[in-house]
Write a protein that binds this ligand. Sequence first.
Ligand code: ADP
Ligand code: ZN
Ligand code: ZN
Length: 817
Amino acid sequence: MTYFLDVILPIPLQKAFTYHITAAEAQFLKLGMRVAVPFGKSKIYTALAYNIHNTAPTSYEAKTIHQILDDRPVVSEIQLKHWEWIANYYMCSLGEVMRAAMPNAFILESETIISKNEQIEIKDSELKDDEFLIYEALNYQSSLKIQDVVSILDKKRVLPVIKNLVEKGVLHLQEELYEKYQPKLVRYVKLHNNHKSEEKLQELLEILSRAPKQREVILVLFALEASDNKPIKVSELVERSGTSSAIVKALIDKGILEEYHIQADRIQFEGDGDADSKTLNEAQRQAFKEIETTFQSKSVALLHGVTSSGKTEIYVQLIQKQLAQGKQILYLLPEIALTTQLVHRLQNYFGDKVAVFHSRYSGNERVEVWNNMLNNSEKAQVIIGARSALLLPFNNLGLIIVDEEHEQSYKQFDPAPRYHARDAAIVLANMHMAKTLLGSATPSLESYFNASQGKYGFIELNTRYNNVLMPDIELVDLADKYKRKRMKGHFSDRLIEEMTDTLEQGFQIILFQNRRGFSPIVECTTCGNSPQCPNCDVSLTYHQYRDQLRCHYCGYNSAMLKSCQACGSHTLDTKGFGTEQIEEEVKVLFPEKKVARMDLDTTRGKFGFEKIINSFEQREVDILVGTQMLTKGLDFRHVKLVGIMNADNLLNFPDFRAHERSYQLMAQVSGRAGRTDIRGKVLIQTYNPHHNILQQVSTNSFKEMYSEQMNDRYNYKYPPIYRLIKITFKHKDYNRVNLAADWYAKSLRQVFKANVLGPEFPAISRIRNLYNKNILVKIPQKQSLAKTKEAIKKIDNSFNAVKDFRSVRVIINVDNY
Ligand code: ADP
Ligand code: ZN
Ligand code: ZN
């Protein structure tokens, strides 16, 4: 009997690939174990065992596998089923799902580059012969490819040796040079409670009359406390009192002053996991009960709770209950980079049981989470992660929480699998007979629709925790303000007034502007020409900081031009405005206040986000200017005012979801204001104060927004009424893109008739020197999705058989919104 093994290779192959194995190997191998296999002329890949059988492949001769890498499966059966669903639904290969799911350290391949971990000392005697040879080679060369290792060891079977060395921490795989962020703690001081009363204070000053310097420190502390209701930094106190930190320290040692950290204050301690969960208030308790009742009959529930209503605390209690039953919980977040806050909060309650799965974490940390899950370890019971955490080896899942379920970043756009994590989460939960809770202050239309149809359970939470009022939202008419000359730069007199008041009261401000850079477009006032990116069909953006023009699509940059490229005039002017310009203007308006900016440009570096969020939390910054990064569920205590600099560029975005998204974005940004006991204030500057969406945002009328937008979706046949599949064609030759897209569209029309739109060039038709053209297939509710995809696949196969089209890249995106 001859045995064959089908494997999943981590590359976009349509079919599983078949290898020859021995009878003994067939005996030993199980679904989900890794094997090292040769592929192509000289490549080595790590593949996953998928199916064992006795049928030789017909179109090629099966090679033999190099070897088996595991003694037990590293991918579970349910997990594979779920991957299959993703590949099937989102029309990609299983290999692409595998690559998205597995840490790189799990899928060593010939292209992988290894280097020595300089941080570790290892004795030669601790290494086996093969291991030593590699280690030794890395003393002479800074890095090696797997192929190099094959020649050094003079054998093909090298992956296990490398795997062992990586596990021992001796080797690094490239791209794994990440570190964890340690927030810098600022030291603050206050008078110890023992001395707070008038009487005690007099006593204290009496005693200190013989220590004039210490007395001076106390007096300055009072002055500072009286003038500003902000926490007082040790450094500030030292500076203002003209003393030294030794004197402040002496006062702390004597128990007269008390030192504290804001970060620590808030978290209390680094997540020992024994903090008592908070007692839910009446509204929260009610919502919690309703969720539980809903789950008795439905597998999915939508929790619509206004910003700061205390949804997270409800999640905490649900998690607790699942843990008590020995179940795993997956907590999905839209962007893990922004969630140090939440991770701390959960670690506080659940300690070590919380594992974070983060694409920015090092390979070793990700492998650790994976292995902990395979071993069903105590350590990985509550998994927090962004969308790819969904692809981990769960074995006993009880609950998935999808927080901020409306967020666009749950959808992966590039590369494949182009999955939507919320939707794939519901499928995963069902496979585990678990429940899914979707939570948001501004649910997506599709989830709200599903809830209103009774497909999902529905729970509402309409009051903020502590009964803080929803922020007071005021619309400022820019046309009027400009006409009456009430503007300073991009700031209306109303905004400046409110900012002045807020700062005087010692509170913080968030200013939202949806564009980064200084001024998006440079235009010649003589001929109207604006400088364009040479690779993309977009105008370049001006960045004042570096005096550069940059392309936000491909990264192209050049020095700012001195004169117009078209007519040579020195009349280049800037139009529109971005975060950088707002920041500059704030500095001029409030020169004595501290401003920071949060956008892609300032957060790119290591820990960029964390640093900015941390310094804002610690109140080192008074005014934070940012793009939509600011919206994602951040919980700042001292923000009283939010300013939306210009609502119009959100509303005018050319997309069927523009209005829905504008509502969500503005409601979420507004929700950052007044989260504790003072009511927040929001100012929205706009040229269209009567726009329905703005009226709805300012009156917090989600339901009204929903029914109005749903009307449009019915009328124009858009989701959630119709489904969409978008097909994109890419090629560097303009004509070829046109021909290919026309051919494809014609074939689609024969099947789907009028439900095929396009082909059409998108607003930006050329990116990185490739032309793009799109076709949209609309799918009515009654039409079978599976059959639709089959038909598309058929057309795609015929398309690929046309020689001229083979070099055209075709990207199929299911539910592309
Ligand atoms: P949401 O997730 O709905 O925006 P959060 O769960 O972040 O709201 O709650 C808002 C704030 O109120 C947080 O600072 C949280 O600690 C606090 N909070 C919520 N519920 C409670 C509770 N039951 N007891 C004490 N504090 C609470
Ligand atoms: Zn010109
Ligand atoms: Zn470009």
